[in-house]
Design a protein around this ligand. Structure first.
Ligand SMILES: Nc1ncnc2c1ncn2[C@@H]1O[C@H](COP(=O)(O)OP(=O)(O)O)[C@@H](O)[C@H]1O
Ligand SMILES: [Mg+2]
Length: 240
């Protein structure tokens, strides 16, 4: 059974008094253990889809099923779904609170969910993403861009999610650091048996990471590529 099922998803925004369609009938399935990617021009609706699946965008229509649970528009996620689906954003600087130490950033979700032991879990999360435990006492501005994205990944992993939503997770980083973070993500996926939904505008990243990819335009999926098509580079033409 698919771990993510999206059928006829629609999202609209009202911007400056006019109705704007961000997602227009997008449908796709993701199987457990897959890395499924979304590609397509800026503004075609990729991040909005991820925000719906993370429970951050609650105004939508269509059918969405996550981990066998039908989710309802307009409602907060309930129970285990709140931990089992986590998101990593493009810009780790914006997604980490500037005045909170890394310790506080990582301890907070554990406290909210009543999870223990906090200290061991935070240290374990830092180790898993390749950060020294003394990183906990630092503030985001005292870390490099790559280290900040490692913190954001550690935070996403703390609650042991089964689905990770990755919105351009490396596009704010230097090339050499990008590769390190992508390899880290692949290692963690293997280790924790997660399923990834990845957004990237970079055809190389898509080819390196994905089992399948979908090309989006105007809020809908136009075409999907299996692993063989990605290896042949067919997505490069569609995305060009
Ligand atoms: N909160 C919002 N309010 C108004 N318009 C939005 C909002 N979020 C996204 N949009 C619009 O919806 C469309 C899709 O945006 P987005 O999902 O961010 O695209 P992508 O991630 O593919 O670049 C864009 O035209 C964007 O301007
Ligand atoms: Mg986006």
């Amino acid at each position: 059974m698919a771990i993510v099922e999206v059928k006829d998803l629609g999202v609209e925004f009202i911007a400056k008094g006019t109705l704007k369609t961000a997602v227009a009938g997008a449908s796709f399935l993701i199987e457990p253990g897959e890395t499924f990617s979304l590609i397509g021009e800026s503004g075609c609706g990729k991040s909005t889809i991820l925000r719906v699946l993370a429970g951050l965008q609650r105004d939508w229509r269509g059918q969405v099923n996550l981990l066998g649970n039908a989710i309802a528009a307009g409602k907060r996620f309930q129970g285990t779904l709140r931990r089992e689906v986590q998101m990593v954003f493009q810009d780790p600087y914006a997604s980490l609170h500037p005045n909170h130490t890394i310790w506080r950033t990582l301890a907070e979700p554990l406290k909210i969910h009543g999870e223990n032991p906090i200290e061991a879990r935070v240290n374990d999360a830092l180790t898993q993403v390749g950060l020294p435990s003394d990183a906990a006492s630092r503030y985001p501005h005292q870390l490099s861009g790559g280290q900040r994205q490692r913190v954001a990944i550690a935070r996403a992993l703390l609650l042991r999610p089964r689905i990770l939503l990755l919105d351009e997770p490396t596009s704010a980083l230097d090339m050499s650091v990008q590769a390190e973070i992508l390899n880290l993500l692949n290692r963690l996926k293997e280790q924790h048996k997660m399923t990834y939904l990845l957004v990237s505008h970079d055809a190389d990243v898509i080819a390196h990471m994905s089992d399948r990819a979908a090309f989006m335009a105007a809020g809908a999926i136009q075409r999907t590529f299996d692993r063989a098509a990605l290896v042949r580079g067919e997505h490069r033409l569609a995305a060009a």
